[in-house]
Design a protein around this ligand. Structure first.
Ligand SMILES: CC(C)(COP(=O)(O)OP(=O)(O)OC[C@H]1O[C@@H](n2cnc3c(N)ncnc32)[C@H](O)[C@@H]1OP(=O)(O)O)[C@@H](O)C(=O)NCCC(=O)NCCS
Length: 460
C-alpha cells in the first residue's frame, strides 16, 4: 500500500532563525547548569554607574536563578568606600598590597558596604519582574528572595612586619551549612566585603577573597569575576577563551600587579588550585555578558580551568539524555543506527562519554563478545561543535585500551559511511563471516553496512 506523502514541515522563517538556533545551542548548557552552584563577584562600580546597568545585570541574575542555578553573589564597594573616605578626610593605606583599616576607615567601609548591599537587594528584588519571569496575579513568588548575614567568619590580619592592619581581616571560615540551606530554599545569597568574629568584631575583607573562599568552601561549579577592565588577551589582543593556571601565571608577568585584572587572575589561580573547576573573568560592561559566558561554547571572557583536557569516563544513567541529544542528528541522517531511550538505558554500561563543562560532547560504545574475544565498536560520535581536534581518535584509543584489559583481541565495526575513518585507524575490510555468530544472526541486510576488523596488539 502506498503511504500518503506527509505534509511538509514548516521551516522557521529567516527572521526567527537566529532565535531558534541560539535557543537550541543554549539548551544543553541550561540542562548542565541546573542545580549547579555559581559564585559571582561584582564590584561596587555598577551601583555607582547608573544608566540601567544594574537593572540589566539584575535581570540576568534573575534569569540564571530561574533556570535553577544556585547563586551566591559577593559585592565589592570600592568606589563607595573611597567617596566616603574623601568626604571624611580619611584614607586607607596599603602595605604589600594589603589595606590598613583604621577606626575612621572602618566607619566608611561599614556605611558603604551596608548601603551597597541594601541597594543591591532592592535591585535584585525587581530582577524577576524586569526579566518578565513573573505572571501578574499568579500565586508564584514575585521577587527573588535574597539572603545575607554573618555567614563569613574573619580574623584580623594582625601585625605583620611591624604594620598593624587594625580592622582589616581575612576569611577564617565560611558557613557552608547556612549558605547551602539558603540555596536549597531557592534563595540567592548575597555577601558583603565584611567578616565577623565570634567576639563581635567586624573586619574589612577584600570581596575577591570572600568570593574565592566561598567558592572553594562550597565546592562551587563556577566562580565568576565581573571585571571592569575587560578580560585577558594575548599580546596581540587576541581573546583567550580558555587557560590553565600555569598559562595565567605567564600572562601575569606582563600585567600591572595592582590592576583589577591582575588581582582577579591571581585569585582565579588560587580558586582553581583550591578545587574550583571553572573560574571565569567576564567583562562587566558587556550587556548579557554572564549569559554569553555561561550558555555559549567559547563564551566572551576567560575561563581558567585546571582541566586541561576533556574527561572520558564510563557513562551512567544520567548521561542518557546527553547521549540521545548528541546522536539524534546522526540517527536522522542514517549515519548511526537508531536507538530508543529504553535501549540506551539498558545498554548504558557499554558506553563511555567525553565530557566538557558537564556536557556530553562525545560518546563511544564497546559491546564485548567475551567467548569469541572480540568486541563491537559502535555509536562513535563527536558533537559538531567539537569536531576537528582528534577527539574521535582519543575516544577510540581509550576504548582499545579498555578492550585489551578485558581480554579482547579483536574489534569490529559495522558502518555505512565511516569506513574510511576506521581504515585510517588500522581497521581492515572483512566479510560478515568475521563477525561473532550471534552478531551475524542480527546483521541487518537492508542497512548493508560494511564490516571492518582490527586485531589489537597484545598487552605485554
Ligand atoms: C568519526 C568522528 C567521531 C571523528 O571525530 P573527530 O575526531 O572530531 O574528527 P573529525 O570529524 O574532525 O575527522 C577527522 C578526520 O577524519 C575524517 N573523517 C571524518 N568522518 C569521516 C568519514 N565518515 N569518512 C572518512 N573520513 C572521515 C575527516 O575528514 C578528518 O580528516 P582530515 O584530518 O584529513 O581533515 C566524527 O566525525 C563523527 O562524529 N562522525 C559522525 C558519526 C560516525 O560516523 N560514527 C562512526 C560510526 S560508528
Amino acid at each position: 500500500m502506498k503511504m500518503p506523502t506527509p505534509p511538509p514541515v514548516d521551516t522557521v522563517d529567516v527572521g526567527h532563525n537566529g532565535f531558534v538556533y541560539s535557543l537550541r545551542r543554549a539548551a544543553p548548557y541550561i540542562g548542565a547548569h541546573r542545580g549547579s552552584t555559581f559564585v559571582l563577584m561584582l564590584g561596587g562600580e555598577i551601583m555607582a554607574e547608573g544608566g540601567g546597568s544594574i537593572e540589566r545585570l539584575a535581570r540576568d541574575i534573575a534569569l540564571l536563578a530561574s533556570l535553577g542555578v544556585r547563586l551566591v553573589l559577593v559585592h565589592g564597594a570600592r568606589p563607595q568606600i573611597e567617596a566616603r573616605l574623601a568626604a571624611a578626610n580619611a584614607s586607607i593605606e596599603y602595605h604589600h598590597g594589603l589595606r590598613v583599616t583604621n577606626d575612621d576607615a572602618l566607619t566608611c567601609v561599614l556605611e558603604a558596604a551596608g548601603t551597597v548591599r541594601v541597594l543591591l537587594e532592592a535591585r535584585l528584588s525587581s530582577g524577576l519582574t524586569i526579566a518578565g519571569l513573573t505572571t501578574p496575579g499568579a500565586s508564584q513568588r514575585r521577587s527573588l528572595r535574597i539572603a545575607s548575614g554573618n555567614l563569613i567568619t574573619a580574623q584580623p590580619l594582625g601585625v605583620r612586619e611591624g604594620i598593624d592592619y587594625q580592622h582589616s581581616g581575612e576569611v577564617r571560615k565560611v558557613d557552608t551549612t547556612a549558605i547551602n540551606a539558603r540555596l536549597d530554599a531557592g534563595e540567592v545569597v548575597l555577601l558583603s566585603p565584611l567578616g565577623y568574629s565570634p567576639t563581635g568584631e567586624v573586619f574589612n575583607v577584600a570581596a575577591e577573597d570572600i568570593a574565592v573562599a566561598t567558592a572553594v568552601a562550597l565546592k562551587a561549579d563556577k566562580l565568576a569575576f565581573l571585571s571592569e577592565s575587560g578580560c585577558l588577551t594575548d599580546q596581540e589582543g587576541h581573546s583567550l577563551p580558555q587557560l590553565g593556571p600555569d598559562d595565567v601565571a605567564l600572562h601575569l608577568e606582563r600585567l600591572d600587579a595592582d590592576s583589577e585584572l591582575s588581582q582577579q587572575l591571581h585569585r582565579a589561580v588560587t580558586a582553581s588550585t583550591g578545587g574550583v573547576k571553572r573560574v571565569h573573568i567576564v567583562p562587566r560592561r558587556r550587556d548579557g555578558g554572564l549569559l554569553l559566558e555561561f550558555f555559549t561554547r567559547d563564551g566572551i571572557g576567560n575561563l581558567i580551568t585546571g582541566d586541561a583536557y576533556d574527561a572520558i569516563r564510563g557513562a551512567n544513567i544520567d548521561d542518557v539524555g546527553g547521549i540521545l541529544q548528541l546522536i539524534a542528528p546522526l540517527e536522522e541522517q542514517g549515519v548511526l543506527v537508531r536507538r530508543s531511550r529504553e535501549q540506551l538505558e539498558l545498554e548504558i554500561n557499554y558506553f563511555s562519554v567525553l565530557e566538557r563543562d558537564g556536557l556530553v560532547i562525545g560518546c563511544i560504545a564497546l559491546y564485548p563478545y567475551v567467548d569469541d574475544k572480540i568486541a563491537e565498536v559502535a555509536c562513535v560520535a563527536i558533537s559538531e561543535d567539537y569536531k576537528g581536534e582528534n577527539r574521535g581518535d582519543w575516544l577510540l584509543t581509550r576504548l582499545e585500551q579498555q578492550a585489551k584489559q578485558q581480554g579482547i583481541e579483536q574489534l569490529f565495526v559495522l558502518t555505512t559511511r565511516t569506513g574510511q575513518w576506521f581504515k585510517q585507524r588500522g581497521f581492515k575490510p572483512a566479510d560478515v563471516d568475521a563477525l561473532p555468530v550471534k552478531k551475524q544472526a542480527m546483521y541487518n541486510l537492508q542497512r548493508n553496512s560494511k564490516v571492518f576488523v582490527k586485531t589489537l596488539a597484545t598487552v605485554e
